[in-house]
Design a protein around this ligand. Structure first.
Ligand SMILES: *Cc1c(COP(=O)(O)O)cnc(C)c1O
Length: 415
């Protein structure tokens, strides 16, 4: 097994470890697998053991292979639940330490990097610009990891209070910076730091890293097989999407023979993908602000991986469908789901639930739930008229002492 860059016609080969340490390929492309092996692990295994069986073929011949089992045990040490509610199955991916699905990818990447560095002896500094969930998941995953440090950059006044607390509750190898600027300034600072040749040992952990993508494939293999066992048929899977990294995991799972009948993207008012599917013209654009803010993406970075799987418009149209959900419909869906089904959902999950209730009424699809509703209490609580209790792990984070530096939007101030 090897990986190659989406922009390399010659398909030069990289091992999983190389791809994972590089993040982005040198030509600016994204790493994708050279083949999609048939995955048929036993769903009665524990989740970490199941994940190990699924990931093993992708690490065949890689230096991480002998440690892969331990990495899975360390990374996936929290529950994953397929929860039947009234009319659908909900794949709850929010039971990790920062209560969002990003814990799966960030924790796997952190454990993998720590293992790789141990044998190499050098140190890496991870730079992460964040406007929401990513920074918290990465900080939590890398906190306390040997030979690794993290610098989290977030825009002043643009993150919610609870989000800010999750970004700033760290010490030791994680430092947080409140940047006097917008999210774009944070991203620019990270890019400038990477281009500064005098700075050595920098890396990234953003959602295009292969080490975050591969574990996002595993839970689709797991959930679709559980579903098949229970219902005797293949599910439709509905994925709330922004940068389309999560749903790329679903497509990779399907290519690896996971029993999935179709994959459907639920997006918010950022309609780049539904518009493309309508007329075949792909037009990335600036994002618009919505209630499902972790999906506020107008130029989805993982689209390049979907184009790699489905190179023509015809293929894309045949395999990808996407529906947009407005803020008004998100509010209504959160309210109705609580009133009628007694189930509380976050604004992102609400997009998926709305798509299920509206377009897939006659079947029981799997809705992917990407975050715990307590993370978005300022949206959810007024709609349902009740407090949403924080899960204990998240409560510990948001009540810990805040610790960060306020800086101007100049990357040199980070070092
Ligand atoms: C990151 C995120 C998403 C979007 O996932 P992509 O992989 O970017 O499509 C959806 N919901 C939540 C809660 C997120 O944190």
């Amino acid at each position: 097994m090897y990986f190659y860059s989406t922009r390399d016609n010659e398909k030069r080969k990289f091992s999983a470890s190389e791809a994972l340490l590089k993040g982005l390929a040198d030509d600016g492309g994204l790493f994708v697998p050279s083949s999609y092996p048939k995955l048929n692990a036993d769903i009665n295994l524990s989740y970490p053991a199941f994940a190990y069986e699924c990931l093993k073929p992708f690490f065949e011949g890689d230096e991480l292979l002998s440690d892969l089992k331990g990495i899975c045990e360390k990374a996936f040490n929290f529950p994953i639940i397929l929860n039947r509610i009234e009319r659908q199955e909900v794949l709850e991916l929010f039971h990790g330490p920062t209560s969002a699905f990003k814990d799966f990818g960030a924790r796997f990447l952190a454990s993998s990097m720590e293992t790789l560095l141990k044998s190499k002896g050098n140190e890496l500094c991870i730079l992460v610009a964040t406007s929401g969930d990513t920074g918290g998941a990465v900080a939590s995953a890398f906190h306390g990891k040997a030979q690794l440090s993290v610098k989290v950059l977030f825009p002043k006044g643009r993150v919610a209070e609870r989000q800010k607390r999750q970004l700033t509750c760290w010490d030791g190898n994680v430092s947080s910076y409140e940047v006097d600027g917008a999210f774009d300034d944070c991203q620019r600072m990270v890019k400038e730091a990477f281009m500064d040749k005098s700075l050595k040992g920098l890396s990234s952990a953003n959602s295009i890293n292969l080490g975050r993508l591969l574990p996002q494939m595993v839970y689709y293999v797991w959930a679709s097989n559980k579903y098949l066992e229970k219902y005797g048929k293949k599910p439709t899977v509905i994925v709330p999407s922004g940068n389309v990294g999560n749903c790329t995991g679903a497509y990779w799972a399907k290519l690896c023979s996971a029993p999935i009948s179709q994959i459907v993207l639920a997006v918010n008012a950022n309609t780049t993908i539904p518009d493309y599917l309508k007329d075949g013209v792909y037009k990335p654009r600036p994002s618009v602000k919505t209630l499902a803010n972790a999906m506020d993406v107008g130029a989805p970075s993982n689209m390049e991986r979907l184009f790699n799987i489905f190179p023509t418009y015809e293929e894309m149209k045949e395999n990808v469908s996407a529906f947009s959900v407005s803020d008004d419909l998100i509010r209504e869906e959160i309210k109705n789901t609580y009133k009628e089904e007694g189930y509380i959902i976050c604004p992102h999950t609400a997009c998926g639930k709305y798509v299920a209730d509206t377009y897939f009424k006659d079947e029981c699809p799997i809705i992917v739930s990407t975050a715990h509703p307590a993370k978005f209490e300022s949206v959810v609580e007024p709609l349902i008229g009740e407090r949403v209790p924080l899960p204990p792990s998240l409560n510990a984070l948001v009540t810990a002492k805040s610790n960060y530096k306020s800086i101007a939007a100049d990357y040199k101030l980070l070092f």
